[in-house]
Ligand binder design. Structure first.
Ligand SMILES: [Zn+2]
Length: 317
C-alpha cells in the first residue's frame, strides 16, 4: 500500500464520474450528467472542475496520476478514443495527450471493462487470484480478464469485449451492429425489452407498472421478489442466457471464478442457482464447478481500477 493519491475518471455516455482514490479506496467521488452535445472540450472542462471538487488544494498538489475508464473501443496503446457509440464527436480524439497536458499529470486511458476487472482483481472479489473473468451486465455487457496473473490487454488494448461474441447464428439486434451477441441476449436493455413485451400480453406486476410508466429492469427484480410469476420467469430466462455466456467465457479463459457486476447483478441472489445449473449442464467436465460470484466494488470498480492502473504505470515509467 503506497498511500499515493490518484484520480479515477469514468467517461460514460450518460454520466461523467470522478473519484479520488487512495490504496484502492474511494476517498471522495462526484458525478455529473455528461455534456454529450458539448463534445470533448466541454467534457474535459467538466472533469477538470470535478477533480477540483473531490480534491482539497493539498490533495490536488499531491496527485500522482490520473486514470480514465471509458467505453470502447479505445486504443490504450496510444490513449486514443476510436469510437464511442454513445458519445459522438470523440472519434480519434487523443484523450491521453490532451488531458495530460490540461491537467499537468500523467494520464492513462483504459477500456472500461479492463479497468473494472483490475479494480475487482486488486481490491474486490478477485483478490489473490491468478485467473479471473469479470463481467458487467448493465445497459451493455462488458468485462475483462486476468490470465496467469496478468491483466489481458490484447492488440491495441482492446481484449475481452466479451459482450460481442455471438451466441447464435441469428437473434436480437446488438448495439454493435451485429445480431445475436451475448449482450443482445443478456444485457439489462434486453431484459427490459422482454419485460415490456411481457407487460403488454399478460396481467401481473409488470402490466401494473406499465400503466404508470415505462417498465425497467429493476421492475422485473422487484416483481420477482414479490413472487410475480412472469418476473420470476423473466429472471430465469435471463439466468439461462447468463449461464450460457459465462460457460463460453469459462471455456475460453479457464478462470478460477467469474465475477459478475453491473445493474443486473442486483438480482444475482435470485439467479445464482440457475446460472450455476446451466454451467454444470453445459460446461465440459473439468469446468463444471467454476463459481460465479458477485462483484464487491459495485460501480466503483472502474474508477478504482483506472486510478490504480495509472499509479502502477507511472511507477514503471
Ligand atoms: Zn454486439
Amino acid at each position: 500500500m503506497s498511500g499515493k493519491l490518484a484520480v479515477g475518471l469514468d467517461l460514460g455516455g450518460t454520466q461523467a464520474r470522478v473519484a479520488l482514490v487512495r490504496d484502492g479506496r474511494v476517498v471522495r467521488r462526484t458525478a455529473e450528467r455528461t455534456d454529450v452535445a458539448g463534445g470533448p472540450a466541454a467534457v474535459l472542462a467538466q472533469f477538470d472542475r470535478m477533480i477540483r471538487g473531490v480534491c482539497s488544494r493539498e490533495e490536488r498538489v499531491a496527485l500522482v496520476s490520473v486514470g480514465v475508464s471509458a467505453p470502447g473501443p479505445l486504443d490504450t496503446d496510444t490513449g486514443t478514443v476510436l469510437h464511442i457509440p454513445t458519445l459522438p464527436g470523440w472519434e480519434d480524439f487523443p484523450l491521453r495527450e490532451v488531458l495530460g497536458r490540461e491537467l499537468g499529470l500523467p494520464v492513462t486511458v483504459e477500456n472500461d471493462g479492463i479497468a473494472a476487472v483490475y479494480g475487482e482483481w486488486k481490491f474486490g472479489a478477485g483478490r489473490g487470484l491468478r485467473h479471473m473473468v469479470f463481467v458487467t451486465v448493465s445497459t451493455g455487457v462488458g468485462g475483462g480478464a486476468v490470465v496467469d496473473g496478468n491483466l489481458l490487454h490484447g492488440r491495441r488494448g482492446m481484449a475481452a469485449h466479451m459482450g460481442h461474441f455471438r451466441m447464435a447464428p441469428d437473434g436480437p439486434q446488438c448495439s454493435c451492429g451485429a445480431t445475436a451477441c451475448f449482450e443482445a441476449f443478456a444485457a439489462g436493455t434486453a431484459l427490459a425489452r422482454r419485460a415490456r413485451e411481457a407487460s403488454r400480453s399478460s396481467e401481473g406486476f409488470l402490466s401494473k407498472v406499465a400503466g404508470e410508466r415505462q417498465v425497467e429492469t429493476r421492475d422485473v427484480v422487484a416483481g420477482a421478489r414479490e413472487g410475480d410469476e412472469i418476473c420470476i420467469f423473466l429472471l430465469a430466462q435471463e439466468a439461462d442466457y447468463l449461464g450460457q455466456g459465462f460457460t463460453g467465457l469459462i471455456h475460453l479463459f479457464s478462470p478460477e471464478c467469474v465475477v459478475m457486476g453491473g445493474g443486473v447483478s442486483n438480482a444475482f441472489d435470485l439467479m445464482s442457482e440457475r446460472i450455476h445449473a446451466v454451467i454444470r449442464r453445459d460446461a465440459m467436465q473439468p469446468f463444471k464447478e467454476v463459481p460465479v460470484v458477485l462483484a464487491e466494488l459495485g460501480d466503483n470498480a472502474g474508477l478504482v481500477g483506472a486510478a490504480a492502473l495509472s499509479l502502477e504505470q507511472n511507477q514503471r515509467n
